[in-house]
Design a protein around this ligand. Structure first.
Ligand code: TYD
Length: 218
């Protein structure tokens, strides 16, 4: 969409997105690049309020309402934080974006995947990342990691195994439909190996336009 570089991380709960986003941020900052690290839901003040509803509301949220809440968070996030940063020429590293909606609200909640994607594209005025890293992990292995974490489960994490299996399959389908945007990695590999693969992909993207993210000027 603009002069910066936009990288999103996707995958099931417990796949290690946050660790990889942090390692990439560190590596880019060490090169003197300006990085904005953010997430959905909850990358803005409005988003924090939405995040509280979608993740912690006690009781049901109707599937279409849930889809609209994630889309509302996304609309505000892209308009007020992501797009301005990219226009300044910065690098945006983001935990989750519209692929999560297609996987979780589409396949997980069984809404129409195309409608969910179109809803998000409308919300974000068509904005798509330059690179999307999918950390693919068997849901049973992911569950074991989350159990070891000792944090209480949020509404989505608490869903049953077949929900998470559908989410995983949906992410893999999305990746095969857009092979140029996606980098699919086996998230059971050591974190250092994953980080190296991410760096290689991001380096290639930066090589095409090396001034991206340097000092906030394109
Ligand atoms: P995440 O921030 O990865 O959770 P945590 O900080 O606890 O690791 O994601 C929150 C949850 O929201 C996750 O279970 C996936 C879900 N989600 C959707 O269902 N749809 C969406 O569009 C997004 C962005 C997230």
């Amino acid at each position: 969409m603009a002069r910066g570089l936009w990288i999103t991380f996707e995958g099931g709960d417990g796949a290690g997105k946050t660790t990889q986003a942090a390692l990439l941020e560190e590596w880019l900052r060490a090169q003197g690049r300006t990085v904005v690290r953010t997430r959905e839901p909850g990358g803005t003040e409005v988003g924090t309020l939405v995040r509280d509803i979608v993740l912690h509301h006690r009781g049901d949220v109707a599937p279409r309402a849930e889809a609209l809440l994630y889309a509302a968070d996304r609309a505000h996030h892209v308009a007020t934080l992501v797009r301005p940063a990219l226009e300044r020429g910065e690098i945006v590293i983001q935990d989750r974006y519209l692929d999560s909606s297609v996987a979780y609200q589409g396949a997980g909640r069984v809404l129409d995947a195309t409608e969910i994607r179109d809803l998000s594209l409308w919300a974000a005025e068509g904005a798509l990342p330059d690179v999307t890293v999918l950390l693919d992990l068997d849901p049973a292995a992911a569950r074991a990691r989350l159990d070891a974490d000792d944090k209480p489960f949020d509404r989505l994490e608490a869903e049953k195994a077949d929900f998470h299996a559908r989410v995983r399959a949906a992410f893999l389908d999305l990746a095969s439909a857009e092979p140029d945007r996606f980098l699919v990695l086996d998230a059971s590999l050591p974190a250092a190996d994953l980080a190296a693969a991410v760096r290689a992909r991001v380096s290639a993207a930066l090589a095409r336009s090396p001034r991206r993210g340097v000092g906030g000027t394109p």
